[in-house]
Design a protein around this ligand. Structure first.
Ligand code: SF4
Length: 185
């Protein structure tokens, strides 16, 4: 696809990146499920594979998908808010580059019709949802976004404190989300 070729050649925000641009996404117009996450971490950047790290391992557990299913583009598209590794912040990584989604998402996603869009973390949710809720409130009211969207917290180990504090998410909400997801596979 020409759009994928164009993304792979993109260097719009190269001056703000710590490493040369290396866009990472997985896309098929046929995919029934679309994951919109944050931005690749350094491990995903090095392997050039989306979610190829501890966050990805937990995400696959949450979604009950094995690696083969997860990395099959006709099942799942993976389109982060920023396609390139943004660099380190004081704690964790920097946010996705703000140029990326406005430049590429509209053109790319108009070629697909996923049945379910999974918005992972604050950046993807703030961009795609029209409410002003905080992440925790969105998760408590996740059914409000169905059937189009499913909202998830970021599965990073850096979120372990939030997950511990909000044990209801993995205990009661996640099993319901897994049922919804299974109905789309
Ligand atoms: S993050 Fe996005 S906008 Fe920036 S260089 Fe990579 S593909 Fe281009």
């Amino acid at each position: 696809m020409d759009i994928i070729k164009a993304i792979n050649l993109c260097s719009i925000c190269a001056n703000h990146l710590p490493l040369p641009p290396r866009p990472i996404l997985q896309f098929s117009p046929l995919a029934k499920i679309l994951i919109i996450g944050q931005a690749p971490g350094i491990k995903a950047h090095e392997s050039h594979k989306a979610w190829h790290d501890a966050s990805g391992k937990r995400l696959r557990e949450w979604l009950k998908l094995d690696e083969k299913q997860f990395y099959t583009p006709s099942i799942l598209s993976i389109v982060p808010m920023g396609f390139c590794y943004p660099g380190k912040a004081k704690s964790g990584d920097l946010p996705p580059r703000p140029e990326c989604a406005p430049k590429w998402h509209g053109e790319l996603l108009k070629t697909s019709k996923p049945k379910l869009v999974i918005l992972i973390g604050k950046h993807a949710q703030d961009y795609y949802l029209t409410d002003n809720r905080k992440l925790t409130e969105r998760l408590q009211n996740w059914g409000d976004y169905q059937p189009k969207y499913m909202v998830l917290p970021h599965p990073s180990p850096r979120n372990n404190i939030w997950l511990k504090k909000n044990a209801w998410f993995e205990k009661t909400v996640l099993p319901q989300m897994q049922q919804v997801l299974a109905s789309h596979l």
